[in-house]
Design a protein around this ligand. Structure first.
Ligand code: ZN
Length: 287
């Protein structure tokens, strides 16, 4: 096939890919990670996220099209969400030149038992909590790992990656200060959540997350009643839910305590705005 025709076909078949750089192809698990990689990689890298906005990373399976594109990828930046355990070995086997970096490496990981002694998750309580990106100081640490992985792949972009990471780190520091100010001096430092995705956020800002879910499942009637009693005792008025999960039990608790359900998405790509909104909701409910 003549080259011109081939180029034309490529343009027609994949207009997005044609408009993009041919720089490193980086895959991440969840959308906030994509935001971080784009901030540091800028125009030099192509970033793809496996878990789409309406999917839960705990039950996710890649689509065939994603598996095919992963075979072309240069770098995978993991964060320990459950599907990675099952899929990363297969992805590696299909693409032996793929570099895999776990962005949690070197971070002070918490288990779900550290966050909350009453309830657990769909992982065993002594397994590390994967939702590390909910803490800005931890994202700052992750940004260094992202920067170094990109420099390794694309040494010519070194100056760009260093400058972008520094700017991003300054933004994270500012966000952290803003959240600290919003969340200081609250009479109640506990908040209730359907799925325990905010453990690192809670730990960073000296809050306690109380989860409705138990081992990734809806609580039974007895557990639900105990949660309602606890919520009443502690003056809880706000229950957080995320759009990937059915909030039925959260709504039941909210009704029983005369409180409210608010949707905040830990997988949202607009990272800073999401955390600001979360902090404001907690501050308003806790005052
Ligand atoms: Zn989760």
């Amino acid at each position: 096939m003549p080259a011109v025709l081939l180029a034309l076909l490529t343009l027609i078949l994949c207009p997005v890919a044609a408009a993009e750089t041919d720089g490193p192809l980086v895959f991440v698990s969840v959308l906030p990670q994509q935001t971080f990689v784009q901030r540091i990689g800028g125009e030099r890298v192509r970033v793809r996220t496996l878990v789409q906005p309406d999917q839960s990373p705990h039950t996710f399976e890649p689509r065939p099209r994603q598996v095919a594109e992963l075979a072309q990828a240069d770098l995978y930046l993991g964060t320990g969400v459950s599907f990675e355990d099952a899929w990363l070995p297969r992805i590696r086997a299909a693409n032996p030149r793929l570099r895999v970096v776990d962005l949690r490496e070197g971070l002070p990981l918490l288990t779900l038992a550290d966050h909350d002694h009453d309830h657990d998750h769909d992982h065993p309580v002594d397994a590390p909590d994967p939702h590390v990106w909910t803490s800005p100081p931890l994202v700052k640490a992750m940004s260094l790992a992202i920067r170094d992985a990109l420099i390794d792949l694309d040494p010519e972009g070194r100056e760009t990656y260093i400058a972008n990471q520094a700017a991003f780190a300054a933004e994270l520091d500012a966000l952290d200060a803003e959240l600290r100010a919003l969340l200081k001096d609250l009479p109640s430092r506990r908040f209730m959540v359907h799925h325990p995705a905010w453990g690192y956020f809670a730990h960073t800002y000296d809050l306690t997350q109380v989860a409705i879910e138990r081992e990734g499942k809806e609580p039974g009637a007895r557990a639900l009643n105990a949660l309602i009693e606890q919520a009443k005792r502690e003056g809880v008025r706000l229950i957080l839910v995320q759009p990937q999960m059915n909030p039925k039990s959260a709504e039941q608790v909210a009704r029983a305590i005369g409180g409210e359900v608010a949707v905040v998405d830990p997988l949202a790509p607009d990272y800073a705005e999401t955390l600001r909104r979360l902090a404001r909701l907690i501050a308003e409910a806790g005052t």
